[in-house]
Design a protein around this ligand. Structure first.
Ligand code: GRF
Length: 221
């Protein structure tokens, strides 16, 4: 099987990177991670790449005069590695519009909410303040506007009574670690097609078709 050549962009911990690394170890996974780039020196995720023998490098945005100049250096590194697909995984920097256009429909991001709700930072605090009963995570194609773009896959997570940012964040993160490999598999295998602002998936849904109720009509609460 020809595997898609993937780069992962990080700024920090890299737990989603780790989930992608683990998934890519399986022989039938349709993507291989050929490069990890961090815009932050000594990001924890760089060690994860090194431990998995994946080429990793830091391109520190502070060394560039403009966002465009940083993004141009990024594209140069990605193209030198013949990257076909990009995955942002905790990459805490906005891209220039020209970068987004260059990687159009070849560039994924993961966000810890059910988009289009709760774009931006401090997601879990805002979810708790809003009192919503379901949160979750989303993998989407990148567009110029932050945390927007055609949605590839989502996972829902209950907001439980007594949840804190940390407890909810941990539950959502565990879902992210399952969702990102799933979404990358869909994209890398060619199972999704972007049609305007949405993604059409050619994969039939498995599992229960019934609604998922939040705490929890079907449990008698
Ligand atoms: C994740 O919650 C991701 O959704 C968000 O930033 C966090 C990154 O975590 N964009 P990690 O670096 O993958 O551990």
């Amino acid at each position: 099987m020809k595997k898609a050549r993937v780069a992962v962009l990080i700024s920090g911990r890299g737990s989603n990177l780790q989930a992608l690394i683990e998934a890519a170890k399986t022989t039938d996974f349709p993507a291989e991670i050929v490069l990890v780039v961090s815009n932050v020196t000594n990001a924890q995720g760089l060690g994860r790449a090194e431990a998995a023998s994946i080429p990793a490098r830091t391109i520190d945005h502070k060394g560039f005069a403009s966002r465009e100049a940083f993004d141009a250096a990024l594209t140069e590194a990605l193209e030198a590695a013949r990257v076909e697909l990009l995955c942002n995984a905790g990459f805490m920097r906005l891209h220039s519009e020209s970068f987004v256009r260059h990687w159009w429909n070849r560039h994924l991001n993961i966000h810890p909410s059910l988009l289009p709700a709760f774009r931006g930072l401090n997601t879990h605090a805002r979810v708790l303040d809003a009192g919503v009963k379901l949160s979750g995570c989303t993998v989407h194609f990148v567009r110029p506007e932050m945390d927007s773009g055609p949605i590839v896959a989502q996972a829902a997570v209950r907001v439980l009574p007594g949840d804190t940012e940390d407890s909810l964040g941990a539950r959502v993160l565990a879902a992210e670690h399952r969702l990102y490999p799933h979404a990358l598999r869909l994209v890398a295998s060619g199972a999704v097609r972007v049609e305007g602002d949405i993604v059409a998936t050619q994969v039939k849904a498995k599992g229960p078709q019934a609604a998922l109720f939040s705490p929890s009509l079907d449990e008698g609460l």
